[in-house]
Structures are given as C-alpha cells and as structure tokens.
Design a protein around this ligand. Sequence first.
Ligand SMILES: O=C(O)CCC(=O)C(=O)O
Ligand SMILES: [Mn+2]
Length: 128
Amino acid sequence: MRRLTYSIPKGYVNATQMCHANNITGHKFRIVIGNQYRSGIDSIGWHSDNEPSMGFNPAIASISLGSCRKFQIKPIGGRPTDFWLEHGSLLVMHPGCQSTHLHQVPKTNKVVSTRINLTFRPHTGGGK
Ligand SMILES: O=C(O)CCC(=O)C(=O)O
Ligand SMILES: [Mn+2]
C-alpha cells in the first residue's frame, strides 16, 4: 500500500466540502491521508488511528474511490463486523472509536483493481 499525507491548504476547504465530510459529520478536519491499494494484495492490518498529533478522541472521515474492499472493525478483544466500502462511500469513525476499536482492510484473493482511500483527520500541530 502506498500512503501520502497532505495538509488541506488554507482557502482550499473545498477539498473537504467537495466530499461533504465537514458538513455531514460536523467535525473539523485539517489533514487528508491518501492510501492506494493497487490490488487485493495491498492491505492494512488491525490498528487504531491514535497518533497524538490528532488530539484526544479524534473523529475520522474516510472516503473510498475505485474498487470495493472489505473494511472490518472490532472492539478490542472482540469480534469483527464487516463493511463493504464501495466507490463514493463515506465512513465516519466517531470520537472515542479509536480508543475502543481496531480496524483493518484485509488482503483478498478476489480480483480487484485499484482502490483509493482518503481519510480526513484533525491535526493539533502548527500550520495555518
Ligand atoms: O483504506 C481504508 O479504508 C482504511 C485506511 C486506514 O485505516 C488508515 O489509513 O488508517
Ligand atoms: Mn486507520
């Protein structure tokens, strides 16, 4: 998986407005991270998004483009629930989710082509 991180340029709030992430979620996002899954071999394992730079209990909005992939989320020590993130879907992980749950996009043997995932996140650090 290839990962790129961009800050959302000042005056370019359209990046978030375009996907309606701010409007729909009511949360304020400062950065966007792009993940490219080139095929079913590309994946991301169980983790939570708990980087201190996002502050306490961040909300995270995730947009999927391209191939549909399975997204799994589970309470820590619990059983996973599966979601299928289709082209154009918006997934919101609300504040608190990262403290109690883990998530992943597993590998798949199915023939799938490229998927792009954009996650909009808060950021407490400097910048404009
Ligand atoms: O690709 C996805 O849907 C999830 C990506 C993710 O969890 C991450 O970048 O932290
Ligand atoms: Mn994540």
